[in-house]
Every structure is written in structure tokens, then in C-alpha cells.
Design a protein around this ligand. Structure first.
Ligand SMILES: Cc1cc2nc3c(=O)[nH]c(=O)nc-3n(C[C@H](O)[C@H](O)[C@H](O)COP(=O)(O)O)c2cc1C
Length: 164
């Protein structure tokens, strides 16, 4: 059982783990777009092409993502820091603030990301206070743009130096 000090250490360690930033979107049953900022995105499989991300059970859109069975992951470019705020802020008409359009599959596509993956939900897994969504990539657009990075509650672009 974790005590408060362990929780603090856990959060501190994860906050010091740099990630990219993404926005996931889908549509509700009236056709309205929904979406949120995430950094839980990761690639999962090459054959078939699978990606995953997780959503907090408290999120207002979790039921919509479960019902629609499809979603779009946008991997944000370094000039898209404003979107991080818009899609993590409560009580905001998020899509009225940004440039977006529907794809041929009637999914909301946000402009300017360096990668856009249109997915069908392949599997969901209940895990603690989050649900993991695994998506099968059905369509993608990729551009040569630098990514937006997230580290210690700060977004920006880091000049990385070493080839792994
Ligand atoms: C950088 C960043 C990463 C985030 N990653 C996640 C995530 O992976 N999963 C999640 O459920 N919420 C994540 N959040 C929080 C949601 O974006 C935020 O709670 C949002 O308001 C949820 O949408 P809702 O207000 O419609 O419930 C993240 C927020 C930020 C700023």
C-alpha cells in the first residue's frame, strides 16, 4: 500500500519523465466533436499497427470514447502549445477556439499536428482509475515538423543531442 510520501515520489518521478503531447478526439452520438490533451500515448505494435493511450475515469468524454469505437490521435508540433491548454481546461467550448474539420470518416481532425492517426478501437482495458484504449490505425497523415515536448508541467522543444 502506497503512503502519501510514496505518492509524492511517484508523481515527482513521472513529472520528470519527458514525453510528447497529443490530443485525442472523437464524436458523440449527436455528431459533436469531443477531445482532450494526453501524454499517455505510446506506440504498441507494427503488425498490426496499434497505438495506445489511457483516459482518467473522471474525464467527461470517457463514455463517448467507449461508445463510438473510433478516435483520432494528433501528435502535436512544437508550435501548438496553445492547444495543450485549450484541451485540458474545463468549461471551455474547445472546438470553437481552434481550426478543425471532419475527416471522410466523420472524425474531428485538428490542423497542424505532425502526425494524425485515425483509429478504430481494437481493445479497452480497465486499469486502476484509468481505461487503456488500444487503437488500430486505419488512416494516417505525417508531416516533417518538430514535436512539442512535455516535462515538469512545461511544454516546449528541447534540442536533443545523442543518438540512441
Ligand atoms: C500535458 C497533459 C497530459 C495529460 N494527459 C492525460 C492523459 O493521458 N489521460 C487523461 O485522462 N488526462 C490527461 N490529461 C488531463 C486532461 O487533459 C484534462 O483532465 C482534461 O480536462 C480532460 O477532459 P475533460 O475536461 O473533458 O474531462 C493531461 C493534461 C495535460 C496538460
Amino acid at each position: 500500500m502506497l503512503n502519501k510520501a510514496d505518492e509524492h515520489l511517484f508523481k515527482a518521478a513521472l513529472g520528470n519523465y519527458p514525453t510528447g503531447v497529443a490530443i485525442v478526439t472523437t464524436v458523440d452520438n449527436e455528431g459533436h466533436p469531443v477531445g482532450l490533451t494526453i501524454n499517455s500515448f505510446t506506440s504498441l505494435s507494427m503488425d498490426p499497427l496499434l497505438v495506445l493511450w489511457s483516459i482518467d475515469h473522471k474525464s467527461s468524454s470517457i463514455h463517448t470514447f467507449k461508445e463510438t469505437g473510433k478516435f483520432v490521435v494528433h501528435l502535436l508540433a512544437e508550435d501548438q502549445n496553445e492547444l495543450v491548454r485549450i484541451f485540458s481546461k474545463k468549461d471551455l467550448d474547445r472546438f470553437s477556439e481552434i481550426n478543425w474539420s471532419f475527416s471522410a470518416n466523420q472524425l474531428p481532425i485538428i490542423e497542424g499536428a505532425f502526425a494524425v492517426f485515425e483509429c478504430e478501437t481494437f481493445q479497452t482495458i480497465e486499469a486502476g482509475d484509468h481505461t487503456i484504449f488500444i487503437g488500430s490505425v486505419k488512416n494516417m497523415q505525417v508531416k516533417e515538423k518538430s514535436p512539442l515536448l512535455y516535462h515538469r508541467r512545461t511544454v516546449g522543444s528541447i534540442p536533443l543531442g545523442f543518438h540512441a
